[in-house]
Design a protein around this ligand. Structure first.
Ligand SMILES: N[C@@H](CCC(=O)N[C@@H](CS)C(=O)NCC(=O)O)C(=O)O
Length: 209
């Protein structure tokens, strides 16, 4: 199976990038710098017409959206142990990944790309402020959900833990008091200690700061 991940350093594509590295299977990682606008190049729009990362090409067919890519990689290689084992835990993982993608990520987007949510300059700051509040509340909710858990679901490291790292890192880089979130911080510390995570972050050229 030929796997090609299109990613941008530090973007939400970090999650599937980590998962590919954790799987220990051959894959190609193609850098699409969103900071440089490469997601809008005609070449990349042929891969993902939405102009977003991640995209995963599987034998030439393209899969987009983190929830789908992480489910495919986790569930497609069950022997690698990155996917919860019971149907209930799998559903729990999907439930949380869906919320991360449909609520937590858009909350951050209001802060990071406010111009997408309002016309003109006048209300940009208000949109950012709304995003800041909503994203901060999401981080606090994640911390509460992680109480008493070593890993997010199923008692072992799964694709969901890799996805959770993305939002903690964004919070850390944007002045949110993430270190005060004891459960989330402990989980992230465990994730960061994994060799595949260290390697992926080094390959992307990113740190937590
Ligand atoms: N719902 C999508 C969101 C993808 C997304 O928005 N990715 C961001 C990076 S974190 C992106 O490509 N941004 C470029 C842009 O918005 O132009 C998913 O979860 O895969």
């Amino acid at each position: 199976m030929k796997l090609t991940l299109y990613y941008s350093p530090g973007a939400c594509s970090l999650a599937p990038h980590i998962v590919l590295e954790e799987l220990g299977i051959p894959y190609e990682a193609v850098r699409i710098s969103t900071a440089q606008g490469q997601q809008r190049s005609p070449e990349y729009l042929k891969i993902n017409p939405r102009g977003r990362v991640p995209a995963l090409a599987v034998d030439g067919k393209v899969l987009v959206e983190n929830v789908a890519i992480l489910s495919f990689l986790g569930g497609g290689f069950p022997q690698k142990g990155l996917w919860p084992k019971t149907t209930w835990d799998q559903a729990q993982a999907l439930s949380m990944m869906a919320w991360l993608a449909d609520t937590v990520h858009p909350a951050y987007a209001h802060l990071f790309r406010p111009e997408r949510y309002v016309q003109g300059e006048a209300h940009l700051e208000a949109v950012k402020e709304g995003g800041r509040k909503a994203f901060g509340a999401c981080l606090a909710e994640i911390d509460r959900l992680l109480a008493g858990r070593k890993w997010a679901v199923g008692g072992h490291f799964t694709v969901l833990d890799a996805y959770l790292l993305v939002f903690y890192r964004w919070g850390n880089r944007n002045g949110f008091p993430v270190k005060d979130l004891a459960n989330y911080t402990a989980l992230v510390d465990r994730v960061l200690a994994r060799p595949a995570v260290k390697k992926t972050m080094a390959d992307e050229g990113i740190t937590m700061a």
